[in-house]
Design a protein around this ligand. Sequence first.
Ligand code: NIG
Ligand code: FE
Length: 427
Amino acid sequence: MHNDSSMLLIKHAAEIVTSTGTTARKGTDMNCLERIIDGAILAKDGIIQWVGQTADLPESIHKNTTIIDATGCSVIPGFVDSHTHFVFGGYRPEEFFWRLSGTPYLEILERGGGILNTVKATQSMGYEAMVESASRRLDEMLAMGVTTVEGKSGYGLDFDTELKQLKVMGQLNVEHIVDVIPTFMGAHAVPPEYRGQEEDYVTFIVEKLLPAVVEQSIAEFCDVFCEKGVFSVEQTRRILQAAGDLGLKRKIHADEIVSFGGAELAAELRAVSADHLLQASDKGLADMAAQGVVATVLPMTAFCLREQYARARWIIDNGGALALATDYNPGSCFSHSIPMLIALAVIQLRLSPAEILTALTLNGAAAVGRADRIGTIEAGKQADIVMLKYPSYLFLSYHAGMDIVDKVIKRGQVTVDKRYRNLGGSK
Ligand code: NIG
Ligand code: FE
């Protein structure tokens, strides 16, 4: 399958369904998809060359072309999981039940548990073991149709371990077929040795960690957990201003647990995205929409923490650009299930299937600064494509909580093939 010049042809797709464009879609535009019946896609060396109806295919197809007959299948862009914490050591199963029996998330953190438990396990984990475990997680995500994954550091909170997490992601980006976008999140929690001297930890991030991360080119984004009792709006501004000055793009974990001004700050700094947003104010969300900041909503985290969902419907109805992501991590949301995310989005967030597809593809791509290269099925974009075992993308929502991915094509190569489609799914 690995030719020097590799050609791929997908033909007779029941439909090709995709957003279009190279920037995030906002408001009502999120609902507009292009749909090609009896569709075909030609890709060369991992890049889409041509998309249209099978009957209109160019006459000459190179004889070494891999041909996939997609009869009975809906074909969509690969999903972009634009917010995860997939590189970590250890697990926290007990904590999940403590929370469900009433102990608040931030109280567990305050007692030295939560994120800080994962920090201990991540600090003591060897580099190779970390690569191996994170690589298996990427395999599982890929199997559900995810072709690009953003991942954050923030389980190190010391110089060596923060860099170790980012280097693991860099290595996986090279070795694993999934594209990995590394985000530096040294400001994920205050480590125990800085308790009561939070400002000194911020200084350590600004003066030591950020310059090292930038010097070694091991992160594209900087993210901060801006939350009452974690990092204040002022501290977040200080860190993200420094990060921006050094050339990193910016994200914020904003207004997750209390309304705190994180969304407003994301707009002020023109961050690429602000994420969570459960408690974000109308003004904060409107400011974000006006500044083109992607609102990344993570409904599986709200579900697992038994919190109220972010106002995704309101965000779109007020002209915002919405992305959906899993927030896969060992604490607040130990799940990277795309089928479950879609089920929550359609039923609880009241989004349309078209809005969900845009949020998980083009707008996810915009949230990781890649909308020019991925997120849609159009000539010139990377051939990251998912074939479903049913003839309509509506089955993603309708077949609630079920994985309906048949094949995953990454950069023009078939990397997952479940051969589901003749089990009764085709017409
Ligand atoms: O996005 N909110 C803060 N950080 C992560 C959770 C990390 C953890 O609990 O380990 C989140 O939900
Ligand atoms: Fe997160």
